[in-house]
Design a protein around this ligand. Structure first.
Ligand SMILES: [Zn+2]
Length: 286
């Protein structure tokens, strides 16, 4: 295994058409890739050929976008169907569903064997530190599973009038993510993406809150700020994780750009590509 991709969306019609359909055109322009649907088998083959194991992430932004949820059973089936391609999954839960969301998390962890919970606050339209959602975090803390929060910009709605109504404010690290990390010191929080335009805030949270990790998907390392590049090779090198935001970026694109623009140091690469995620998620390396 060359790497663990901590942030992989199903590139299937169910996700790309059903959940994200109305944002596809803007996203493909922004990320300069053509949105095409892959079958489950085709997607798995991409990971197998790249010698990368993926961690799948779910999606449920029904309350805010009106688009249907991906379905956590679908995600669990995809993961189990291709053990050579995938090594785990984070369930997608709509925080506005209240007690139902809490129950769904419990079901996904206990019955479906998922690893944690994924939120995308721009699509879901919520501030992480809103106390109405604290029962969700209490559940995750008591189950001992991590939460992923989106951080920074999104390609969803990018370049459209009003950004298709989507608001970027929800993904700012300070105070929203920092508050949750402070209020739940036993909860592991993974901030997804490079948090642009708040990369410095993200670094401050990482330095201050030991229970926070930063997964670097969705951006080519070419565009990381100088401060972020220095942080990745600095004292917090054990808390950065590789991810692509598949199908947004290919594995070779991201891994190659990391070597070229961040560092080619084999020790750091091994940590960020593989070991940090393996330790965090108890994944056995062969
Ligand atoms: Zn994503």
């Amino acid at each position: 295994m060359r790497a663990i991709d901590v942030h992989a969306h199903p590139s299937t019609e169910r996700m790309m058409g059903g959940c994200l359909g109305k944002y596809n055109e803007a996203m493909s322009k922004h990320y300069k890739f053509e949105v095409k649907y892959e079958t489950e088998e085709e997607m798995a083959q991409v990971f197998i050929k790249a010698d990368v194991k993926g961690i799948l992430v779910g999606w449920d932004a029904e309350s805010n976008t009106g688009a249907e949820a991906l379905g956590n059973d679908y995600l669990a089936d995809l993961e189990r169907g291709f053990p050579n391609a995938f090594v785990g999954a984070f369930c997608g839960v709509d925080p506005w569903k209240g007690e139902m969301a809490v129950k769904e998390i419990r079901r996904c962890i206990k019955e479906l064997g998922m690893m944690g919970v994924k939120f995308q606050q721009i699509a879901q339209g919520f501030f992480p530190n809103d106390r109405r959602f604290y029962p969700i975090y209490e559940e995750c803390a008591s189950l001992g599973v991590p939460i992923q929060f989106h951080s920074g910009f999104t390609g969803m709605g990018a370049g459209l009038p009003g950004g298709a109504g989507l608001k970027l404010k929800y993904t700012r690290p300070i105070p929203y993510l920092d508050d949750v990390a402070a209020d739940f010191p036993n909860l592991t929080i993974i901030a997804c993406h490079a948090a642009w335009p708040w990369q410095d805030e993200m670094i401050a949270v990482l330095r201050h809150k030991k229970n926070v990790y930063n997964e670097l998907s969705g951006w080519s390392p070419k565009y990381f700020s100088q401060a972020l590049k220095e942080e990745i090779v600095g004292p917090n090198q054990d808390r950065f994780l590789f991810g692509t935001d598949y199908p947004g970026l290919s594995h070779d694109q991201w891994l190659g750009a990391f070597e070229k623009y961040v560092t080619n140091d084999p020790k750091i690469k091994e940590k960020v590509f593989l070991i940090n995620a393996a330790k965090l998620f108890n994944i056995k390396l062969d």
